[in-house]
Ligand binder design. Sequence first.
Ligand code: PNW
Length: 525
Amino acid sequence: MELSVCFIILSLLCYPLPLKGNPNVSPFPSNFLFGTASSSYQFEGAFLSDGKGLNNWDIFTHNPGNIIDGSNGDIAVDHYHRYQEDLDLMQHLGVNSYRFSISWARILPKGRFGSVNKAGIMHYNNLINTLLLKGIQPFVSLTHYDIPQELENRYGAWLSPHVQEDFKYYADICFKYFGDRVKYWTTFNEPNVAVIRGYRTGIYPPSRCSSTFGNCTNGDSEKEAFIAAHNIILSHAAAVDVYRTKYQKQQGGSIGIVMNAAWYEPISNSLENKQAAERAQAFYMNWFLEPIIMGKYPEVMQEILGSNLPAFSNHDQGKLKSTGLDFIGINHYTSFYIRDCMFSVCEQKPGAGTSKTEGFVLRTSTKDGVSIGEPTALDWLYVYPQGMEKILTYIKERYNNIPMFITENGFCENDRSGKGLTEESLNDVKRVEYISGYLDAIAEALRKGADIRGYFLWSLLDNFEWTMGFTVRFGLHHVDSTTLKRTPRTSATWYRQFIANHTAPEILMPKHVSGSHQTQHFNTI
Ligand code: PNW
């Protein structure tokens, strides 16, 4: 009798608890992708090498006054030439995936109006093959804000439906040459950011806007971002269609899109502010995801924008619904408070975004003078790890628990290069705190059943931060601005340890230290 009681107690103790419910066990599945992310323009340099054509960012950065420190991506961090060394750094981190983008103008210097640049194909073949030799899965974006300038000059790039043909042609070439080895594709990186900044505020190429929104020579802020978005959505569908009909079955990969996704916290519990937060999601993220997944723009956008929002034909709708998405890539960094400006009058600050075009919402980082989280070197980036769990849960619920990858998340600091390479700039405790807090939030979302399949940290290296040039740094490794020497920061060591802890098979758990970066929990399966 006593023996059998002992046996029951023993077997209960030894019985593996369900992964998701057990706070002592890593909720990250064993095939979870851990990686770092980059983009061609911000990393590669080699802007005229080996037959590459000029793209929109080459032209934009060479125009004086566009980049805060007058810099450009001509050399960037020279990843084009130093990729072997950079892949060694990744291998040392222990990542099993690398998110990068292909430079469209390196493959097709003149879009479909010229020939394929074989040297460009060779470069990405070398990169992909070296990655695979190291056991690192390529996770590839077809474009990350960049487009051959030829297409801008010929027909105004995203403003013209012609671009759909070009994007489809380019995507086909990428699938054909690289798809035997690339199993994760994304069509666009943050098209919401690209069109808002390119066609509404005008701070990114092609610098188009009208006077209430910015200072540009041409453009129409109230219409053009919606037209560009429309052509991007249809270009996405065209590329996915090519993949589904010609390649996917035989190559066995998957295809998605990457959206910038902020969490929008209603500034109060009033119904108006709650609805405004939902509207803010509609006018920022669901603007693209709803048509791509469900074939139509969010209802509230149609109601507010009327004829300023293009309409999908029946044929387009059918195509969108049939192509769809295999997963959503989520770039999440920060959260904002949202105040309603439809039923109440909002203070009109330039750029605050209270207009009809932006859905009558005020996006702000402070409530009663207190900011939503600790500020960073970028004016839009506040540390609010809770927002990660909230946005993942929101997307999970809205889109039927579609697979998700966190395709970017990271922390920036001001450049301290004036002082040279200091102890202080290497000991990046704030970055470690940020990453560990956000990873804890992802773990929580996983425990609650969200289908999250990977995490890519922005970024392996300090790099060219668009209009901020080299004035802010996002790297796990410091990059010296003159020698381009890479030096690991504390965060690199921390991320390496985190990955090791979460990918080691069958290791018994030490005591869980909850909510801290000392968390030592392991995968069991
Ligand atoms: C992303 N926001 O941009 C881009 O994909 C990267 O190329 C970039 O370097 C990185 O984030 C860091 O900035 C963002 O307003 C643009 O929340 C805007 C926002 C977030 C990210």
